[in-house]
Write a protein that binds this ligand. Structure first.
Ligand code: HPA
Ligand code: ZN
Length: 336
């Protein structure tokens, strides 16, 4: 039995590449913002909020996640949300984060794009200055909405282009294949955005192929169903296409019945550049350190495996080569 402590995990510098900032809204902050903004929530207290977090599928989670996001109204709210997440990063020794935000969740409620991004940006700048955490923003399109709405969001983002590293695709997967967004991804590419997409979380391996071939993305979010298609798995290995795997999320949303059944170790054994991430930590029961720790216990990961996973997180990131090399060297020198 391998016994790896939380402290050993903490010693590893880590990057997080799959984190929805709206999914880091803790019940306490949700209540506080509801009060501050005069919003009536469906829930009377913290225990009612927590009791609602019993999910049976991605959609059952998304319904509650969009409901919670309604308390975010002002720049200060987006600042508080992001700052709280960064404090968790500090605790877990997450030194770099590539953060999703869903503009449409807010602009569709009449909140200006500028309000959202100014709040996020101000917290991220402070995070760099006071906590030493670097970050990029990834603007995600909601795939259950039409491509025309994504085009509108892309247009709204252009004045803030320098603050946004890339685009992503999230929300309800099945029935909304990546190819629905081919043209908007092409347009975003021409503006210089990098791109990623959720694919193969609940959707089939064909969605992963489509995300690669139609959207021309640099890495895949989730992607765990790739092992159902050996040709695809081989392609991911050969081309070093990263997967941002979210183990606790997958269990909460019943993609795997329990963490012991998760295929993370199989992905690593197949030579795939897999990383560990927290997805929506306030809803799924743990930030990045907890995801590493629970996986270590349930999947019997060794310190060597953990070093590979931490290294993969930097290799798969959008950081420049010199910064990747800096962190990889530090990890290499941590004893196994
Ligand atoms: N999948 C799809 N959409 C999402 C997720 C997810 O895991 N989290 C927040 N939006
Ligand atoms: Zn996600």
């Amino acid at each position: 039995m391998i016994n790896i402590s939380k402290d050993q995990i903490k010693k590893l510098p880590k990057a997080e590449l799959h984190l929805h900032i709206e999914g880091s809204l803790e019940p306490e902050l949700m209540m506080k913002l509801a009060k501050r903004n005069n919003i009536t929530l469906k829930y009377k207290n913290l225990s009612e909020i927590r009791a609602a977090y019993q999910f049976t599928s991605l959609q059952s989670f998304l319904d509650i996640y969009y409901e919670g996001a309604k308390v975010l109204m002002h720049e200060e709210d987006f600042f508080d949300l992001t700052w709280d997440y960064l404090l968790h990063c500090k605790d877990d020794n997450v030194v770099h984060s590539e953060i999703f935000f869903d503009p449409q969740t807010h602009t569709d409620r009449g909140i200006p794009f500028a309000t959202v991004i100014h709040g996020l940006r101000r917290a991220l700048d402070l995070g760099k200055k006071e906590l030493g955490i670097s970050s990029y923003l990834i603007m995600s399109f909601l795939r259950h909405l039409p491509e025309a709405n994504a085009f509108k969001t892309l247009e709204q983002s252009l004045p803030f282009k320098d603050w946004i590293k890339g685009i992503g695709l999230d929300s309800s997967e099945v029935g909304h294949p990546p190819s629905k967004f081919t043209r908007v991804f092409e347009a975003a590419r021409q503006h210089g955005f990098l791109s990623v997409a959720h694919a193969g979380e609940e959707g089939p391996p064909e969605y992963i192929w489509e995300a690669l071939e139609s959207l021309k993305i640099q890495r895949i979010d989730h992607g765990i169903r790739c092992l159902e298609d050996p040709k695809l798995a081989q392609h991911l290995t050969r081309k070093r296409i990263p997967l941002t795997v979210c183990p606790l999320s997958n269990v909460k949303l019943k993609v795997f019945q329990k963490l012991d059944d998760h295929n993370l170790k199989k992905l690593l054994d197949a030579g795939i550049l897999a990383t560990i991430n927290s997805d929506d930590p306030a809803y799924f029961g743990g930030y990045l350190g907890e995801n590493y720790f629970q996986c270590t216990k349930s999947l019997g990961l060794s310190m060597r495996d953990l070093k590979v996973l931490a290294s993969n997180s930097f290799t798969a990131s959008f950081l420049p080569p010199n910064e990747k090399a800096h962190w990889l060297k530090i990890i290499e020198h941590i004893s196994a």
